[in-house]
Design a protein around this ligand. Structure first.
Ligand code: DLL
Length: 436
């Protein structure tokens, strides 16, 4: 089998050697942070831990955690670990709630970030022969700049499309024969739908692979996108706080995403107690960046819930794999006492033959939680009689009840009545939060 590594020696490094490398980098990084970030120095002092106490990965648990609140409290420059003059770029989160998080980069930081994205592109089969269409947003969002830089490193022809303008995306995709598509999975689904509407079949485009991430998506959604675009769809994960996309990526095995462990140490903790959990446990993902100069976060709590696996991967990569995050711990809704992730509802919808265009509304009426699921019909499904549609609503509500244990009200709505997203899809409206 052809092996698609960007940095083979590192990506396939024996696990003991990888751990020794992490330990060596961690000792240096802790000292760098302690010496240059007063905020984190205070946290370490309060916990009674000093850089000399950290001899390697086995001592990581002694360090304090960082959370998004710490980053908000230190906005904008409180986490900077190098002189501002050494920084060449900032990126930022979308900041829908509270203050934005600003991440800063030296040229070295950007270089390593782009290496990570290049690893992801090559793992998806990318080469210098490819035409990579990047329709993640450019600008403050990390998606566009990250994949753009990775594509350059691979030597592919890069189409810096940014998000939106679907007409132009399709024109460039077809005219320039794009072979790899990079965007959010919800936008990939929309592009598939738009191509079909214009009379294109999956085999009419030159695409072979897609690199999709930035939001949770299910295996069912993957199959749907693969079918509509005629491609193999790969997952990619990352967050602004740790640089952006490329912290982890899928290989051809597609059994979890390899975390770039030469740059990041991953831990899984119990989100309630902070206790480090053994391999294979489900919990909150925590990252320590080992090489970042400007914005080196130690033990940063992502709020993403997943499982790590050290099982050997047949792709030859040795780096630990993370499962698809089901969503952030703060995406989880508690409805009538039951924990519900939007991705569970998505799984049911796609399994029942609906398109991935839906909206979930949660509210509280007379002190009781309500769950309404709006699901768009395709034009074919919409031609049914009213009684047939009512029967389908009941059947779908039953399937969701089986999955979640609570009864939703399902509304099947006309084609195109649910807004499409060009970036991260907003699927949930929790009106309870609006009343609070
Ligand atoms: O979304 C970075 C990114 C860009 C990743 C392009 C992949 C592709 P943020 O805007 O800071 O950064 O959002 C980070 O998005 O903590 C997860 O909750 C979620 N997320 C990112 N990738 C995935 C994925 C970018 N593959 C937050 N699956 C993270 C599920 C994801 N959730």
């Amino acid at each position: 089998m052809q092996r698609n590594y960007y940095q083979e020696q590192i990506e396939t490094m024996p696990p003991e050697q990888l751990r020794a490398l992490q330990s060596e980098k961690l000792v240096k990084q802790v000292k760098h942070v302690y010496d240059h970030v007063p905020y984190y120095r205070d946290l370490m002092d309060q916990k009674g831990v000093r850089p000399e106490d950290i001899h390697g990965v086995e001592d990581l648990h002694k360090l304090p955690f960082l959370t998004k609140n710490d980053l908000r409290d230190t906005y904008p420059y409180g986490m900077l670990a190098v002189p501002l003059a050494d920084c060449v770029r900032i990126q930022s989160t979308s900041g829908t709630t509270g203050k934005r998080v600003i991440a800063y980069y030296t040229q070295h930081d950007i270089d390593l970030w782009e290496d990570c994205c290049a690893r992801a592109i090559m793992a998806a089969g990318g080469t210098r022969e490819d035409v990579v269409q990047v329709c993640y947003g450019y600008g403050l969002f990390t998606g566009g700049p990250g994949l753009n830089g990775g594509s350059h490193k691979v030597g592919s022809l890069t189409l810096p499309m940014s998000s939106g303008n679907t007409e132009r995306q399709i024109q460039f995709m077809m005219d320039l024969k794009a072979t790899i598509l990079c965007c959010t999975p919800s936008y990939a689904a929309y592009l598939g739908e738009s191509l079909k509407e214009r009379g294109y079949k999956p085999q009419d485009n030159a695409l072979k692979a897609g690199i999709f991430g930035a939001e949770p998506w299910t295996e069912e959604m993957r199959r749907d996108i693969e079918k509509s675009l005629g491609i193999k769809a790969y997952d990619i994960y990352g967050l602004t706080e740790t640089s952006g996309p490329g912290v982890a990526f899928e290989c051809e095995e597609q059994k979890g995403m390899h975390i770039n462990e030469d740059h990041f140490i991953a831990e899984i903790i119990d989100p309630d107690t902070g206790e480090v959990l053994p391999e294979g446990s489900r919990g909150e993902l925590v990252f320590t960046s080992l090489d970042k100069e400007a914005f080196p976060l130690l033990r940063y709590r992502t709020r993403d819930i997943c499982v790590l696996s050290r099982k050997k991967c047949s792709c030859g990569r040795t780096h630990v794999r993370m499962s698809k995050p089901m969503g952030r711990s703060d995406d989880m809704m508690i409805i009538r006492g039951v924990n519900v992730f939007p991705s569970q509802i998505e799984t049911v919808l796609l399994n029942e033959g609906y398109a991935p265009n839906y909206r979930i509304e949660v509210d509280r009426v007379n002190n009781s939680d309500t769950l309404d699921v709006y699901v768009e019909l395709t034009p074919d499904q919409f031609s049914d009689t009213v009684s047939a549609i009512t029967a389908k609503e009941r059947a779908l509500a039953g399937a969701i009840k089986t999955m979640l244990g609570i009864n939703p009200v399902v509304h099947l709505v006309p084609p195109k009545s649910i807004e499409r997203s060009e970036g991260k899809a907003v699927r949930v409206v929790d009106k309870r939060k609006l009343h609070d």
